[in-house]
Design a protein around this ligand. Structure first.
Ligand code: DGY
Length: 320
């Protein structure tokens, strides 16, 4: 019987697919990351790993699992996996694209509006009993209509954010590895260099994957280029922003607000970052809808079942 190691608790929908296909499941029954040594010990005779973004699957893990045929990541991002090394060893690496696009794009727009309209400060103010009278200058925020939104990375999620944002009357600017002509035609989006985008945008939303090239893409120099009072949203990966530079930008009141779902030192959120009341901090919940998380579990499991049956996985990150 084929055996899969599931590195943390996932929705039952995924486990059911293994049961239906007679794949034996060994599971780390926790939401916390399993240690490397325990993972190697428990997955030793497994044919597949279903991993989460909290698990770093590096070459030493791969080398210690002789039967491994597939690493199926329960996430669209796969920066936690040494996928080039896995491919060299003829091991499939898969992710869960598409099905979490809407959930993540919705959350991004939510953060953008919440930051622009001071939801966090207003909620705290109200709970503290400070709402004594309607006031002409209370909690003044920024209107979206007619403002410039800069999207960094126009993959599936970046595009879905652009579509939603256009509905709010935002003008769309984007930076991406390649020009996206359909996006330009459909939404009148304009391609800009990263520096050009940072200079003219009122709102900036990051949607690039984390790669060696995008690590600290937004650093001190990039913050210096931004407009005074810009709003920065990040629902991609924390390491794309140099958090020390972000703290400096917030300290010097360069930014009006920031909405973060991801962190450089995740799950640690530095004390320096926590001190600012004008930013919103979420616990990496971009894809956290019942629909998305169940479908992610189904696709992650189905990818494994396919490979164990000698078929191609549904969503490989690269072909073998
Ligand atoms: C992903 O899928 O990469 C998200 O960050 C978590 O859902």
């Amino acid at each position: 019987m084929n055996k899969v190691f599931v590195t943390a608790i996932i929705p039952k929908a995924g486990i059911d697919i293994f049961k239906k296909n007679k794949v034996q499941v060994v599971q780390h029954d926790s939401y916390l990351p399993i240690s490397k040594s325990e993972l190697i010990r428990k997955a030793k005779d497994c044919d597949a790993i279903l991993s989460l973004l909290i698990n770093k699957i590096d070459s030493s893990i791969i080398n210690n699992l002789p039967k491994l045929k597939i690493i199926s990541n329960y996430a669209v991002g796969y920066n936690n996996i040494d996928f080039l090394y896995a491919s060299k060893k003829n091991i499939w690496v898969t992710n869960t694209p598409d099905i979490l696009t809407n959930a993540t794009a919705d959350l991004t727009l939510g953060l953008l509006i919440a930051c622009a309209r001071k939801f966090r400060e207003a909620d705290i103010f109200t709970r503290k009993g400070k709402f004594k009278s309607w006031q002409s200058d209370l909690m003044l925020g920024k209107e979206l209509h007619g403002k410039n939104l800069g999207i960094i990375g126009t993959g599936r999620i970046g595009k879905a954010v652009a579509t939603r944002a256009a509905g709010f009357g935002l003008k769309i600017f984007y930076n991406n590895l390649e020009r996206d002509l359909p996006l330009e035609m459909e939404l009148k989006a304009k391609y800009l260099s990263l520096d050009g985008l940072l200079r003219i945008c009122d709102f900036i939303s990051i949607h690039t994957p984390l790669t060696p090239k995008t690590y600290h893409l937004i650093d001190k120099k990039k913050f210096a280029l931004m407009k005074q009072d810009a709003v920065l949203i990040n629902t991609s990966r924390g390491e794309v922003i140099d958090e020390r530079a972000l703290v400096q930008a917030l300290k010097s009141k360069k930014l009006f607000s920031a909405g973060l779902d991801v962190y450089e030192f995740e799950p640690k959120i530095t004390k320096e970052l926590q001190q600012f009341e004008n930013i919103i901090l979420l616990p990496h919940i971009g894809s956290a809808t019942e629909e998305a998380r169940n479908k992610m579990a189904e696709i992650a499991a189905q990818n494994i079942v396919n490979v164990l049956k000698g078929k191609k996985p549904l969503t490989p990150v690269m072909n073998l």
